[in-house]
Design a binder for this molecule. Structure first.
Ligand code: HGY
Ligand code: MN
Ligand code: MN
Length: 403
């Protein structure tokens, strides 16, 4: 039993055409029109193949192979970052669908479900669908989501979802037999090592904050430099300070200011306010705590230095997550049975697996990213590696189904 690589490629290419960008990537922010079109494509493709389909209260879209017994989830996500790549998430959903197509007709003691989770990327919230399925979606996260409350409500409305029903997507852990996700590595490790398959041991934790530096707008021509309370200068000084402290004091961690917005945003006005999107990650919980303290202290220092006020709002929080040892073994054995070399590694990217791991044994399969590039239209993985990954997903699923 193996994956039909050519048929999977036709599906992958059909999906990549939805929300395609001129540079060869996709632009499918969660619950936007392109994302909803991609989800429709997924359901129609599954139904056309004779599979049952379902959409739950959090908008998670699934194709199903029913059986008596618990459900083994195989999934990922069809939403993308703005101006993203074709492989991030989509490869895992298409491969999961093709595992069901390959297994169809085989009696298994578990049901198989290929699932596309809502808003993995956090355009709106982050891990919205997988945390709803796990029953861990916090109400306060919805009140101050990292994409803003208006965007969340507009997205839910477009998708026909109700905020007060999202929690109904929760699954009883007893109903689950495990979770597997195929994903591109999005980093350089596998390519540098010349290894085809990654077995993910842990997923780093991440925290996001919306910072607002508030100073005083003023005339760019008549406000003396020593009389300014320049919010833009405070924010820019923080960007530099954050980078310096992470490189100096937190090797192995990362911090990113992915968005910086000055207001009123004119050539001839000293910025009165500056909004900063801060995100940072570590594979260790205590280190993540220390990193948060160091970064927020630096923000306060730079705000004070420019006599500006600082508002700090938490907008996202995900713990470092170890993945299941038994699932890692199943992935490693499936790769070996196919004559594929594998190595164990940490994921610097977040994934739905870290939400699902809290309620059922979860594991992830990585395939190499060309030049380690991701979250960019240039994101690419050799198709042979994609098919290898899908066959390992199939092999690991059969091992977990029958253990
Ligand atoms: O941000 C991440 O790590 C993932 O791609 N959502
Ligand atoms: Mn992803
Ligand atoms: Mn991503």
């Amino acid at each position: 039993m193996q994956i039909d690589g050519e048929r999977m490629r036709e599906d992958f290419d059909a999906l990549a055409a939805i929300g395609a960008t001129a540079a060869g990537g996709v632009d499918r922010p969660s619950l936007g029109e392109a994302h909803l079109a991609a989800r429709r494509w997924f359901l129609e493709r599954a139904a056309a193949a004779g599979l049952a389909t379902r959409v739950d209260a959090a908008g998670n879209h699934s194709a199903l192979l029913a059986a008596d017994g618990p459900t083994l989830l195989l999934g990922s996500h069809l939403d993308s970052v703005p101006n993203g790549g074709r492989y991030d998430g989509a490869l895992g959903v298409v491969a999961a669908l093709h595992v069901l197509l390959a297994v169809r007709g085989t009696e298994l003691p578990v049901a198989l479900e290929a699932i596309d989770f809502t808003d993995e990327e956090g355009t709106l919230v982050g891990l919205l669908g997988s945390e709803a399925l796990a029953g861990t979606l916090a109400r306060e996260t919805l009140r101050a989501p990292r994409g803003g409350r208006d965007a969340l409500l507009a997205g839910l409305a477009r998708a026909g979802l109700r905020e007060d029903e999202l929690a109904l997507a929760r699954r009883d852990p007893e109903s689950l037999a495990g979770y597997l996700e195929l994903h591109i590595e999005q980093g350089p490790v596998l390519e540098r090592a010349g290894v085809q398959i990654g077995v993910v041991t842990t997923i780093v934790g991440a925290r996001s904050y919306a910072l607002v530096f508030r100073g005083a707008a003023g005339h760019a021509g008549t406000t003396p430099m020593d009389a300014r309370r320049d919010a833009g200068l405070a924010a820019a000084a923080f960007v530099v300070a954050a980078n310096e402290l992470v490189v100096r004091d937190f090797p192995g961690c990362v911090a990113t200011i992915g968005d910086l917005h000055l207001e009123p945003g004119a050539y001839n006005v000293v910025p009165g306010s500056a909004r900063v999107a801060l995100e940072f990650r570590s594979g260790d919980g205590a280190e993540l705590e220390a990193l948060e303290t160091a970064l927020l202290d630096a923000a306060r220092r730079e705000a004070d230095a420019q006599r500006t006020e600082l508002e700090i709002a938490p907008v996202g929080r995900w713990k470092p997550t170890p993945l299941d040892a038994g699932v890692c073994d199943a992935i490693e054995n499936a790769a070996a049975a196919l004559g594929l070399e594998s190595l164990r590694l940490r994921s610097g990217a977040g994934h739905d697996a870290q939400a699902v791991a809290g309620v059922t044994p979860a594991g992830m399969i990585f395939v190499p990213s060309v030049a380690g590039l991701s979250h960019d239209p240039g994101e690419s993985t050799a198709w042979e590696d994609c098919v290898n990954g899908a066959n390992v997903l199939l092999g690991a699923a059969l091992r977990l189904a029958c253990r």
